[in-house]
Design a protein around this ligand. Structure first.
Ligand code: FES
Length: 253
């Protein structure tokens, strides 16, 4: 089960503008975490700040470490970006469900800061797979996928891979598979869901982008599902508690 612990910082480096890679010593969490899960990271300010959910980019069970790749978007993540080797930080995890792995030919799709969790998934999936990475302009992590799969890219400015989005890249390069695993911004997930339904491909999406506290406290992450309860009411779900990974057809985007 999940546990709260004080983790020691092993290292931190910058991958791109405002994108950081933080490695933490957290053997108890690393031993049980799987791709698609996240940890909530606490700030040191002592006020009532909620923790920040950050997905796991790497899980090294032997070394007992977790790797978090995140973007600085505000006060909390700014604080995390200043952590250095030897510092400590409180974390809670592993949280959420992970991807449901199968051995079907897979397409892994990551958009922007939704790319990091796909790297751990690429390592865990023991099957034929392709990776499609969507960027705005600056690229990061792409080379780290190369040992695991053929990597295709899209970027908004066309500097890297196809000019456009991940669906444009899939079409341009003829990427195919029987299951899609995706993580990224909501408009991207909406496009992927539509594509998967059109093609009749199984599709799992991580909606982690919509989380704020990650621990069920803020309700920023409520989403509608297709489930109707006994009172004919649409069943709402909290992404941080019931997800962040869902089958695309189960949720409204
Ligand atoms: Fe705060 Fe889910 S992210 S309740």
């Amino acid at each position: 089960g999940k546990l709260k612990m004080t983790a020691k910082v092993v290292s931190q480096e910058t991958l791109a503008t405002d994108v950081y890679s933080l490695v933490l010593e957290a053997p108890e969490i690393a031993s049980q975490a799987i791709a698609g899960q996240f940890v909530s990271v606490y700030t040191h300010d002592g006020s009532k700040m909620l923790p920040r959910p950050i997905s796991l980019c790497g899980i090294d069970r032997e070394a007992g470490t977790l790797r978090l790749v995140y973007r600085v978007v505000g006060f909390g993540t700014k604080e995390f970006s200043q952590l250095a080797a030897g510092d400590t930080v409180d974390i809670l995890g592993p949280l959420g469900n992970g991807f449901m792995k199968s051995d079907k030919k897979a397409i892994l799709i990551g958009g922007g800061i939704g790319i990091p969790p796909m790297l751990q998934l690429a390592k865990e999936l023991d099957c034929e797979k392709s990776v499609v990475l969507g960027y705005r302009d600056e690229i990061f992590l792409n080379e780290e996928f190369e040992p695991y799969a053929q990597v295709y890219m899209s970027s908004e400015d066309g500097q890297h891979g196809v000019k456009g989005n991940v669906i444009d890249a899939i079409k341009e390069y003829g990427v195919d598979g029987a299951v899609i695993y995706a993580c990224g911004p909501t408009p991207m997930l909406r496009g992927i869901k539509a594509y998967a339904m059109e093609k009749g491909i199984e599709c799992q999406i991580s909606m982690e982008e919509k989380m704020a506290c990650g621990v069920g406290a803020c309700l920023a992450c409520v989403c509608k599902t297709k489930e109707i309860d006994e009172h004919s009411q649409v069943h709402n779900r909290r992404i941080c508690k019931d997800g962040p990974v869902f089958y695309a057809e189960e949720v409204e985007l």
